[in-house]
Design a protein around this ligand. Structure first.
Ligand code: CMP
Length: 140
C-alpha cells in the first residue's frame, strides 16, 4: 500500500477542551504523520465553502455555526493508505456508533461536536488539502 495524504480538522469542541495534543498523539500512534498543521478561526465563508457538499442537509447551518465557534487545527496527514487509516482512527461520525479506542468514541461530545473531520476519499482529500494549504506549506 502506498504512502498517501489525507486532510484532518481538529474541531472546536476538541480545541476548547485543550485536546489538540491528545488527538494528534492518537493520529501519530496509529501511524499517521502530521506534514502540515495550522491553528485558525474559520470564517463563515470558509466553513460554508468547505462543507458546500452538505448545504442541503438540515444540519448545515448548525454545522457552520459550530465550526466557526472556536479555533480549529487544520492538518495534512501522511501514511500508508492515509484516508482509510485516518477514518479507522477517527471512528464513526456518530460517537455512539464508533468503536472503542477511536478518537470519536473516546473524545467526542456528539454527532456535531465530534472532535475531528477526515476526508472520505483520495479525491476529496486533494480538494480539501488545497482549500487550506499551499504545496510549499506541506513538508513530508
Ligand atoms: P464531518 O466529517 O466533519 O462532516 C460533516 C459533519 O456534519 C460531520 O462530520 C458531523 O460533525 C456533522 N453532522 C451534524 N449532524 C449530522 C448528521 N445528522 N449526520 C451526519 N453529520 C452530521
Amino acid at each position: 500500500m502506498a504512502v498517501t495524504r489525507t486532510f484532518s480538522i481538529i474541531k472546536p469542541d476538541a480545541t476548547r477542551r485543550n485536546l489538540t495534543g491528545k488527538v494528534t498523539a492518537m493520529l501519530e500512534e496509529a501511524g499517521l504523520r502530521v506534514v502540515a498543521s495550522r491553528r485558525i478561526r474559520m470564517t463563515k465563508e470558509q466553513a460554508e465553502g468547505f462543507y458546500a457538499v452538505h448545504k442541503e442537509r438540515p444540519f448545515f447551518n448548525d454545522l457552520v455555526a459550530f465550526m466557526t465557534s472556536g479555533p480549529v487545527v487544520v492538518q495534512v496527514l501522511e501514511g500508508e493508505d492515509a484516508v482509510a487509516l485516518n477514518r479507522r482512527v477517527m471512528g464513526a461520525t456518530n460517537p455512539e456508533n464508533a468503536e472503542p479506542g477511536t478518537i470519536r468514541r473516546e473524545l467526542a461530545e456528539s454527532i456535531e461536536a465530534n472532535s475531528v473531520h477526515g476526508s472520505d476519499s483520495a479525491e476529496n482529500a486533494a480538494i480539501e488539502i488545497a482549500f487550506f494549504f499551499k504545496p510549499e506549506d506541506i513538508v513530508g
